[in-house]
Each structure stands twice: as C-alpha cells, then as structure tokens.
Design a binder for this molecule. Structure first.
Ligand code: PEP
Length: 254
C-alpha cells in the first residue's frame, strides 16, 4: 500500500514556546500511525532543529522545511539550501506551495530546479500543485494542473519519481474555509494519477502519494481521505490545533 500522510504546514505562525507547546500537546493527544502512515511537520526554518529534537526517535513522524533554494550555495542572502537541510538530517521539503508561487513568483521552471536540488540531497519533495479560482470557474483545472506536473516533474526518470509525494491544493480552498467536495478532490486526484501513469506507467503512478490540501479539518478529513486516490492531506490552519491535527492523523486510511 502506498504511504498515507498527514502533513502539517505551520506557514509563518507561532513563537518557539507556542511551537513546543503544540508538539507536546499533540504527542499527548491520542493519535496512532501504522507502518504505511506518516505525520510530517513543515515548520518555519528556526524551529526545524528544536522540533526535530522533540520528535527524533518517534516512529513515522518527521519534520520538513517549507522551502529550499534552487541554488546550490553562495551569495543568496536569506536563502536556505537543500544541502543545509540535508546536513541537519531532514528528509522532506515542501516545494511549490501556492503562497510561494504567488508571493515569491516561483515558476514551474524554477520549481523543477528546486525538485532536482532537493533530490540530489536525498530530500523528498512534497510537490504542491493546484489551480486558482478563475481556472476552476473556466473548467480548465485538469490541463492547468497537468502543465504544473509536466513542467516541474516530468524531466525526472522513473526511479526518482517512484514513491514521490504530490499535494493537490486548489488555491480557492486554501485558508478560505471553502473545501473542495470529496468528489472534486477524488476527480482531480484520479486525473493526476492518470497523467502520472501516462508518463511513467501504472505501477509507478499507483505508488505515488497524492495529498489533498485546502481547509482540511477534523470534521471533513475522514470523508476526503476516504476517497480512493486521496492519500492524506496537507493541512494549514487546522494543524495549529493539537486536537484537530491528531484527529486528522487518525483519519488516514488504515
Ligand atoms: C496549506 O497551507 O497548504 C493549506 C492547505 O492551508 P489550510 O488548510 O489552512 O487551507
């Protein structure tokens, strides 16, 4: 069975004491992960090491960065390289979150470079894709997302995309309280899997984890994660509340 993942995206929230309190509360709240289930915390850069120290040794729980530079090293003030993330023992990094695409003007081509440099440093990208509202309203979301995948991922050879993690996040559902219906999520996830299968074959496409993101909360996670092609979620707002995120972890497919 492919990996099922509950991924938290804290974005630019919390002080360090609040972050520590959240992790402690979450660990104390009833949650369980079996062999093919992971919980991943994408935390702000200054908290990666302390949060990682709090979680080290916990089965199937990992910390992720929310971004990495497309460049290897050098005169890029304010940037963080994949090599740095690898050197502190990280295994996951978010690439191409819609907020970075919008506010930092990250293009599909630049994201392809980030994917490459992350993989060169044994970091598994959690590659985010998803359409804005006007594209959804025009009904062209399938080709929009397909282009994002093709331009940022399809240069990868089969062995590198095997076991990959994609997060489909319709922009109109992020932080808006508006969730895609479970039917809309399943439809796009099935489309993404078909696009992956056309490029890489059914076996590889079946092994790729596709997360849904966009106002996931305890109240809707079970229904969304229950869809056949939805393998968990990337969660913003609700990941800042221990009881909510614990319930979201518990909603992963068994
Ligand atoms: C996100 O940050 O990726 C996200 C999906 O946010 P929210 O759950 O708050 O919509």
């Amino acid at each position: 069975m492919r990996k099922q993942i509950a991924a938290a995206n804290w974005k630019m929230n919390l002080s360090l004491p609040q972050a520590e309190e959240l992790i402690i509360a979450l660990l104390e709240t009833d949650h369980s992960l079996n062999d093919h289930q992971l919980a991943i915390f994408a935390v702000p850069f200054p908290y990666i090491i302390p949060v990682k120290q709090m979680l080290d040794g916990r089965q199937n729980i990992f910390v992720a960065a929310q971004n990495c530079s497309a460049n290897k090293n050098g005169a890029y003030t304010g940037e963080t390289s994949a090599e740095m993330l690898q050197s502190i023992g990280l295994k996951y990094v978010l690439i191409g979150h819609s907020e970075r695409r919008e506010y930092n003007h990250e293009t599909n081509a630049e994201l392809a470079k980030k994917v490459n440099i992350a993989m060169e440093h044994q970091l598994q990208p959690i590659f985010c894709c998803g359409e804005p509202l006007q594209i959804r309203e025009a009904g062209t979301q399938n080709s929009y997302v397909e282009t994002q995948l093709k331009e940022s991922l399809f240069h990868l050879p089969a062995e590198q995309i095997s076991g990959f993690v994609v997060a489909y996040e319709p922009i109109w559902a992020i932080g808006t309280g508006k969730t895609a219906s479970s039917g809309q999520a399943q439809e796009m996830h099935a489309h993404i899997r078909t696009v992956l299968a056309t490029q890489y074959g059914n076996e590889i496409a079946d092994g790729i984890t596709i997360l849904y993101g966009g106002s996931v909360k305890a109240a809707n996670a079970l229904e969304i994660f229950g869809q056949p092609d939805v393998d968990g979620g990337l969660v913003g707002g609700a990941s800042l509340v221990a009881t909510e995120f614990a319930a979201i972890i518990n909603s992963l497919k068994k």
